[in-house]
Design a protein around this ligand. Structure first.
Ligand code: ZN
Length: 287
């Protein structure tokens, strides 16, 4: 599943090629993957220069001239690929099909033709992805309806805000609480493990029982692990295991390998049905 760093990296990659351009033709072939609000149709985005590309949690928001927007949610397996013929200009999201495969792929369900002859392809092997067309004035309300939690790169994300959000969960394992999008928007399985390892907190620690020092460390580790992934490239985990010569991710995918901090063998447990890798020494069990 694309996580926040993947979507943010995609936003940054797509921006230079899309901003200022207009979409002249578009098509979503699976009706369930298109949501139209405010009396608009998909063609409502045509012939309006793209003004901004922003992100909230794992959603991309494309804002067009004259008050129309498009919200793209990649969900489990969506991908966006901007190409000039066979040449990939920018791409991100689920890695299947390959970004340089012949397009349209059989799982390609959307295309947006730009006024410079390039095409933005929307492909999703699972068909859970969604494209929503709406008035720009409705975007804030639409995002609010998703009941998303704190945005890790927003100024309102502080150790105190994180603590207030987590305390509602009392004894729920911190790993599970971090994955609840109503607490924190955009943190997925990989970066939850990274943040817990980076802050030395055991994944089964009660979410409501973190002290101030732990909250400060966890807050910092969340921002650091997401920032690292955005700037240095997102996690590459073939078959769920880290590449042997890679020191990223530092926790997830490293079961059976020595901890990069203390050399203790990393172990895997299941928390809330999600595979969770941690270091028994750096992340001691709660009493
Ligand atoms: Zn360790």
């Amino acid at each position: 599943m694309p996580e926040l760093p993947e979507v943010e990296a995609l936003r940054r990659d797509l921006s230079p090629g899309l901003i200022g351009r207009a979409i002249v033709r578009s098509d979503i072939t699976k009706p369930k993957m298109l949501v139209t609000l405010d009396g608009l149709e998909l063609s409502g985005i045509h012939d309006r220069p793209i003004q901004t590309l922003s992100r909230r949690a794992k959603m991309l928001i494309v804002r067009f001239d004259r008050g129309v927007s498009l919200v793209v949610h990649l969900k489990l397996a969506g991908q966006l690929v901007h190409r000039d013929g066979d040449r990939v200009i920018a791409a991100g999201g689920h890695p299947i099909p390959r970004f340089d495969a012949p397009f349209p792929h059989r799982s390609t369900h959307g295309r947006f033709d730009l006024d410079d002859g390039t095409i933005l392809w929307f492909t999703d092997i699972r068909q859970f992805g969604r494209v929503t067309v709406l008035d720009s004035t409705s975007v804030d309300g639409f995002l609010a309806s998703k009941k998303l939690g704190l945005e890790p790169f927003d100024a309102s994300f502080t150790p105190a805000a994180l603590g207030a959000s987590l305390r509602r969960h009392r004894a729920l394992p911190i790993k599970s609480a971090l994955l609840d999008q109503a607490n924190l928007a955009g943190l997925g399985n990989i970066y939850a493990d990274e943040a817990l390892h980076g802050s030395g907190i055991h994944p089964l620690w009660p979410a409501g029982g973190l002290d101030d020092d732990q909250l400060v460390r966890l807050h910092r580790a969340i921002v650091e692990s997401l920032t690292y992934a955005i700037t240095n490239g997102v996690a590459d985990l073939p078959a769920g295991k880290v590449r042997p010569d890679s020191d990223f991710p530092r926790a997830h995918g490293r079961r059976g390998l020595p901890c990069l901090v203390c050399q203790t063998t990393m172990v895997r447990i299941t928390v809330g049905a999600r595979s969770t890798d941690y270091c028994p020494t750096c992340q001691p069990r709660p009493d």
